[in-house]
Write a protein that binds this ligand. Structure first.
Ligand code: ZN
Length: 161
């Protein structure tokens, strides 16, 4: 099992996952070569502090600030963290809406919080689009198709909480 597989299975709550496309890395430069190459880019699963540093050096942005900015806009993020569907794409079909990078972390199940958190471990994913928009998705591990924003959708299927 790769680190990414473990992360996606909710087994690495202390780590963060970063995805960056090859094109973005080629244009922006520098991320320590410590991740795994996937089909459309590069994925890094590392302890939180290292991940936030890597995110800052790879994107020039603060990870938590980026996440806060992306939080209010919902859009589908691939459950394997290697793509997404920009919510701005409908209004501006001519634009380039490729995902440039994704930042993700997971949380342990927490029955006291209720909602999604009661159902299981939750993966939070924040994506940045080539058009400049940022958006977020979150889903329950093991219920990837029953929670969060599904492909083609714009709202979480479990309803807002
Ligand atoms: Zn876009």
């Amino acid at each position: 099992m790769s680190k990414l597989d473990e992360f996606l299975a909710g087994e690495r709550h202390d780590d963060v996952a970063l995805f960056l496309t090859e094109a973005y890395l080629d244009s922006q430069g520098k991320l320590p070569k410590m991740g795994e190459t996937v089909e459309s880019g590069y994925v890094l699963v590392v302890p939180g502090d290292d991940g936030r540093r890597a995110f800052a050096s790879g994107t020039g942005m603060d990870a938590m600030e980026f996440a806060r900015g992306a939080m209010n806009e919902r859009g589908h993020v691939s459950r394997t963290l290697d793509g997404g569907e920009c919510p701005e794409a409908d209004a501006d079909d001519a634009g380039d809406h490729e995902v440039e990078f994704i930042f993700a972390f997971s949380e342990a199940q927490n029955e006291e919080v209720g909602g999604l958190y009661e159902r299981g471990e939750v993966v939070h994913a924040y994506a940045h689009c080539a058009c400049g928009a940022s958006y977020s998705d979150k889903w329950v591990v093991g219920e990837e198709t029953e929670t969060g924003v599904q492909p083609g959708g714009s709202e979480p299927v479990e309803g807002s909480e």
